[in-house]
Design a binder for this molecule. Structure first.
Ligand code: NAP
Ligand code: MG
Length: 414
């Protein structure tokens, strides 16, 4: 079979543990045999990050910016235990955070829907995609304990020192707590543009949720900036492709999401996005079926990955020589989503078709009852857990069957 020619390169970022094992299979079974592609490769495995003093992560981020498509394997974010385990020089920062800061992007998390996997929320027929504003708010806040009586102020000192402003927050008579957080217009504008661009790309309606009735200035700013960008830059294209934008109060939005059939993008402030990513993941079934995309405000650059981590528990078994049944679908979709974006930028129809057929094959395979243990447990319940009748496949066997189904599918196309 002739390989599909991909003119422009993609940036591949390798990672850690079980996710790295899956990665090797994806390349061996699903990419190398079919694509004639130039890959700019970065090894972000923990040892190499330690060896390069994390320079490799920064280089990878800049390469994604340059080539517009990054495809990333899950990586370890070190904590105290990992520092000891890998004898690290430093507690290196989360690679995702570093890359996000370089690209200044927004994260979109989206489930892969398969008919026969039961969903705790059965009416969710179409994916709900969460866009999280991953900058500022509670994640860059100063939070303090108040231990004695006294007055708490918020003070603003302009650089010219002329008009210092003091806002009295509370007069503490008993102990308590306090917090100050911030965001910037620039970051909210970037967030808004990423969301509108992604809506157009996915042809999916967009909602923004805030609590602007309580936080009139803070959350009101989000509402105003989104509205301004919508009216000025996106209204006509939204009307043309028949999608809508709406701001909703967070309470109203949560209730709407639960009773909806899905099929929309939900722009969340940082904390809401953190929480609701997990609400949505559970509501749709499995972490092994959740993808994640980082998109820049201009809509030109994406980095795609699986939403799950390096699946350490499975890796421990793998290290002992035990075959695992790890679900590779979200990592495969990281590749197909990245490649689809390459196809979109390059107007490469064959690559677009290749990616779509790969995704369809994964979904049809699972729908035909061929799956890994995590999904098998969801379909048949926890009681039929042991694998006496080869009910579910080990990780590599899943790839071998997937590849043979994929080949049948593309042969039919010819
Ligand atoms: P995790 O790797 O997502 O795994 C947690 C559990 O979820 C697994 O033990 C497994 O449950 C299940 N699971 C996740 N993905 C699966 C898949 N594809 N197939 C089957 N089951 C799957 O989270 P973690 O164990 O908390 O984190 C491990 C490491 O990953 C940490 O070092 C963390 O820093 C890193 N991490 C990286 C990223 C990233 O790079 N984006 C994101 C999150 C975490 P069972 O054991 O019950 O089968
Ligand atoms: Mg969370």
């Amino acid at each position: 079979m002739k390989k599909i020619k991909v003119t422009n390169p993609i940036v591949e970022i390798n990672g850690d543990e079980m996710a790295r094992i899956i990665w090797k299979y994806i390349k061996k079974y699903l990419i190398v045999p079919y694509l004639d592609i130039k890959i700019i490769y970065f090894d972000l495995g923990i040892d190499n990050r330690n060896f390069t003093e994390d320079q490799i992560t920064i280089e990878a981020g800049h390469a994604i910016k340059k080539y517009n498509v990054g495809i990333k394997c899950a990586t370890i974010t070190p904590d105290e235990e990992r520092m000891k385990e890998f004898n690290l020089k430093k507690k290196w920062k989360s690679p995702n955070g570093t890359i996000r800061n370089i690209l200044n992007g927004t994260i979109f998390r989206e489930p892969i829907i398969v008919e026969n996997i039961p969903r705790p929320i059965p009416n969710w027929k179409n994916p709900i995609c969460i866009a999280r504003h991953a900058y500022g708010d509670q994640y860059n806040a100063i939070d303090i304990l108040i231990k004695e009586k006294g007055k708490l102020y918020l003070q603003f000192i302009p650089d010219n020192k002329k008009k210092i402003k003091n806002f009295e927050i509370h007069h503490f008579i008993t102990p308590g707590i306090s917090m100050a957080m911030y965001n910037t217009d620039q970051s909210i504008y970037g967030f808004a543009r990423s969301c509108f661009n992604y809506s157009v790309y996915k042809k999916s309606s967009l909602f923004l949720s805030t609590k602007n009735t309580i936080l009139k200035n803070y959350d009101g700013k989000y509402k105003d900036i989104f509205n301004k960008i919508y009216q000025k830059e996106f209204l006509s294209i939204f009307e043309k492709i028949k999608i809508t934008y709406e701001h909703r109060l967070i309470d109203d939005m949560v209730a709407y999401a639960i009773k909806s059939n899905g099929g929309f993008i939900w722009a969340c402030k940082n904390y809401d996005g953190d929480v609701h990513s997990d609400t949505i993941a559970q509501g749709f079934g499995s972490l092994g079926m959740m993808t994640s995309i980082l998109l820049t405000p201009d809509g030109k650059t994406i980095e795609a990955e699986a939403a799950h981590g390096t699946i350490t528990r499975h890796y421990r078994l793998h290290q002992k020589g035990i075959k695992t049944s790890t679900n590779p679908v979200a990592s495969i979709f990281a590749w197909t989503r990245g490649l689809k974006h390459r196809a979109f930028l390059d107007k490469n129809y064959s690559l677009k078709k290749f990616s779509e057929k790969m995704e369809e094959t994964c979904i049809e395979l699972i729908q035909s009852g061929i799956m890994t243990k995590d999904l098998y447990k969801l379909v048949y319940g926890n009681n039929t857990y042991e694998n006496k009748n080869n009910n579910y496949l080990d990780t590599e066997s899943f790839f071998i069957i997937l590849k043979s189904h994929f080949e049948k599918k593309i042969l039919k196309l010819k």
